[in-house]
Design a protein around this ligand. Structure first.
Ligand code: ZN
Length: 164
């Protein structure tokens, strides 16, 4: 298989996932909310096919969200088993009730932990009132762990994000 440069990685998100995230963001406002993203890795591309959403066992404030509930992990394990290992953890998402969705220092620290727990590259999504921002996470480039992707293609069912 050809090794694509980092900039060619694409992230495909089903529209239903983005709609669910928007719905969760609105419901939780003015608190943050979030969860895991699950999906497939295809070469350097990632397809997001599912997510976990917050429960009352998670910890949320207007400026922070912590996944404390066990259901996030349990959901991933169930998907992994049901798909015979095809679907796994590919990233996480959370909302920012205020601002433009710029990652905080805490976000970057959490993403560094996330990268270590995933077996490959990943995706971090920040949902704001203006829309979603998607960051490609990689352990390969130490000085630039997260790089923002932009929408390059939209169909009825999916949105594709890449370095434009
Ligand atoms: Zn954040």
């Amino acid at each position: 298989m050809r090794e694509c440069p980092l900039t060619e990685s694409r992230v495909l998100v089903q529209r239903a996932i983005l709609e669910r995230i928007e719905q969760e963001r609105r419901t939780a406002h003015p608190l943050e909310t979030g969860g895991f993203l699950e999906g497939y890795r295809r070469g350097r591309d990632i397809e997001i096919t599912g997510l976990t959403v917050a429960s009352s066992h998670d910890r949320a404030s207007p400026v922070s969200f912590e996944r404390c509930s066990l259901h996030h992990q349990q959901h991933l394990l169930a998907s992994w088993r049901r798909s015979s290992g095809l679907i796994s953890l590919v990233g996480d998402w959370h909302s920012h009730p205020a601002g433009q969705g710029a990652p905080s220092w805490t976000d970057r620290r959490a993403w560094a932990r996330l990268i270590r727990s995933m077996h490959g590259d990943g995706v971090a999504l920040i949902a704001t009132a203006q829309g979603v921002r998607i960051f490609f996470l990689t352990a390969l480039v130490k000085h630039k762990m997260a790089s923002e992707l932009l929408p390059i293609e939209e169909t009825e069912h999916d949105c594709v994000f890449a370095r434009s």
